[in-house]
Ligand binder design. Structure first.
Ligand code: GLN
Length: 281
């Protein structure tokens, strides 16, 4: 079979299995098998695929057919033009989350903390795009932090902290991280527990710890809003990603907790995806 025929057959199987982007996924997996990029694949489309290549491609295709996300099969995902290593220990960086990075880049600050950093995508993108920023990043999961640390190899340094939100911060050695931050950003778990079983197989293969925000999805967000006040410089900015349908409630929680200048930022689909407020002056 030629590469083109292999792709056509694989796309048909992926499509029949209800996968949203069958030809994209087929070409990403075949390019991976052949160590090529997608342009190389197009150029070689009339060439035959070896029996060995077909067998190795079949293994990747079976994983995709069973619902495993492409990013976990490839072990990487692009975010803001950078390639991030990902594993099932971390949420796969999403284009929606670029809104959080963009909102943070609009703000003047020397220091930032990325809470619930997961793969480190937000923290590392911020450090890359604003090298003078001192970036700290924390997560409750040591497995996630291991992935995040690997993502800083060859990149600018980020300080990683294992912590359940701010719990470990008061016990850190002096100078390990700033005592207060000019900005705190977070893409915490915010999916209501009851919604999790209704999500796609792909999303359900991501860590529940990174998705499940409790009853109304706001358990972590409430804690962050309350606890962050102690860790922001006067007038420092808290930026949170959440679901567009949660923005109004989060806005009221921020206001009740004394934050000011509350504003939302839209994602690529023009839906409110990030909300921010400033701590007490
Ligand atoms: N945006 C993600 C989703 O709906 C949720 C990510 C999160 O909980 N932080 O799949």
């Amino acid at each position: 079979m030629t590469i083109r025929e292999t792709l056509t057959e694989a796309s048909a199987r992926l499509s029949a299995a209800g996968i949203d982007t069958p030809s994209l996924d087929a070409s990403l997996l075949l390019a991976e098998t052949l160590g090529a990029n997608r342009t190389g694949l197009i150029l070689a489309c009339n060439e035959p695929l070896s029996g060995e290549g077909y067998r190795r491609f079949g293994q990747l295709l079976d994983r995709r057919l069973s619902g495993e996300p492409v990013a976990y099969i490839l072990g990487r995902k692009e975010f803001r033009g950078l390639d991030f290593k990902v594993s099932p220990a971390v949420l796969i960086p999403r284009p929606d989350t670029e809104t959080l990075v963009e909102a943070a880049l609009k703000t003047v600050s020397d220091t930032v903390l990325d809470l619930c950093t997961g793969s480190g995508a937000v923290a590392i993108a911020l450090k890359h795009e604003r090298p003078a920023l001192a970036v700290s990043a924390s997560d409750i999961s040591p497995e996630a932090l291991e992935v995040a640390r690997q993502n800083t190899v060859n990149a600018e340094p980020v300080t990683f902290i294992e912590s359940d939100l701010f719990a470990a911060f008061p016990t850190l050695p002096q100078g390990a991280a700033p005592r207060r931050f000019g900005m705190i950003v977070s893409n915490p778990p915010y999916v209501p527990s009851a919604v999790i079983p209704t999500l796609s197989r792909e999303v359900r293969s991501e860590p529940r710890l990174a998705l499940d925000g409790g009853n109304d999805g706001l358990d972590l967000i409430r804690r962050i809003i309350s606890e962050a006040r102690e860790f922001l410089v006067p007038g420092g900015l808290l930026l949170l990603e959440a679901d567009p349908g949660q923005m109004e409630t989060i806005g009221s929680i921020l206001a009740v907790q004394g934050y000011t200048g509350i504003q939302t930022f839209r994602d690529l689909s023009q839906r409110s995806r990030v909300i921010g407020g400033r701590g007490r002056e």
